[in-house]
Write a protein that binds this ligand. Structure first.
Ligand code: ATP
Length: 284
């Protein structure tokens, strides 16, 4: 895996410019990427560059375009205009079935498609073959060993024989995170992985994501959230989005400020940092 000095692209004039020229060889590269549906502009001329050793958080209010952006990065959607490269391949010029197996995804859309009668172990192991549910009967011992290892790492090791439908919300999120890692992806996309979790469950999953973030052999990771409190320790970059546009993007220490948060969420916010974690609340 290539390791390149961290960089980010920003469309906000007040935010520092990136130090490197990004390009199509990056893990994800968007150039003026626009997504329209009828009159609606879901993404508006977004520029973005994600390098292999970066761990990104995409932050913004409801309807900002975060999931749409993640769908481009997942090669699940093509831009209406502009250019998108994922894992060095240009969307529209490559068979996306060749790059999708290299991408691990955990999202609400995927969660809603899991058969509730499927065993947890099978939900995880079947990702190795890019299917949802156990269609193949010939998974080998190595597949199951890896699935068990990932379920262990995500804190659901004891739930392998349970059916997905019997799991709590937090256990489902962890199962899907393990599944997303099953195929040893180069790119890991997590859409609101901690939404709906209780405080302990959220902190536990964030700690697991932090450990993955500092693993040099871990995948390039992009995590979507609504809350700065859900930025895992050791994530390196942030993109703030509003109404389909990039408010700020780059290394977290530079791009995440009270000013950019205020612009993103349309209100005056205080931003605190403690022990490497971030906290935001309305200014009085
Ligand atoms: N097919 C469509 N036609 C029109 N508008 C759409 C369509 N699909 C999505 N949108 C709109 O595009 C905007 C961006 O949607 P998206 O799901 O990317 O936002 P989001 O930032 O992930 O939101 P949330 O935080 O609520 O999940 C939303 O306002 C949504 O209503």
């Amino acid at each position: 895996m290539a390791h390149v000095t961290a960089t980010g692209v920003t469309s906000a004039s007040r935010i520092p410019r990136p130090s490197l020229v990004p390009g199509p060889e990056s893990v994800v590269h968007l150039l003026q990427a626009t997504v329209r549906r009828g009159e609606a502009v879901l993404l508006d001329a977004v520029n973005w560059d994600v390098q292999a050793d970066e761990r990104w958080v995409v932050l913004g209010p409801n309807g900002a375009g975060k999931t749409t952006l993640l769908q481009l990065a997942a090669a699940a959607l093509h831009p209406t205009s502009g250019r998108v490269h994922v894992l060095g391949e240009r969307l529209g010029a490559v068979d996306v079935n060749q790059i999708r197996p290299r991408i691990g995804v955990s999202s609400a859309a995927l969660a809603s498609r899991v058969d509730p009668t499927e065993k947890v172990r099978d939900v995880v192991v079947s990702a190795g073959y890019g299917v949802l549910g156990r269609w193949r009967e010939e998974y080998d011992a190595l597949d199951f060993a890896r699935a068990q290892e990932l379920m262990d790492a995500m804190g659901v090791a004891a739930l392998g024989d349970r059916t997905y439908g019997t799991l709590s919300e937090g256990e489902r999120k962890r199962t899907l995170a393990a599944r997303a890692l099953m195929a040893d992806p180069e790119l890991l996309l997590l859409d609101e992985p901690t939404a709906g979790l209780d405080l302990g469950g959220r902190e536990d999953l964030l700690a697991r994501l932090s450990r993955l973030a500092v693993d040099p052999s871990g995948p390039t990771t992009i995590l979507v959230t609504h809350h700065v409190e859900e930025i895992p320790l050791d994530f390196s970059h942030v993109m703030l989005m509003k109404a389909g546009r990039v408010v700020a993007a780059g290394p977290i220490e530079r791009a995440l400020t009270e000013e950019t948060l205020a612009e993103t969420f349309g209100m005056t916010l205080r931003l605190d940092r403690q022990d490497g974690r971030y906290f935001a609340y309305a200014a009085r």
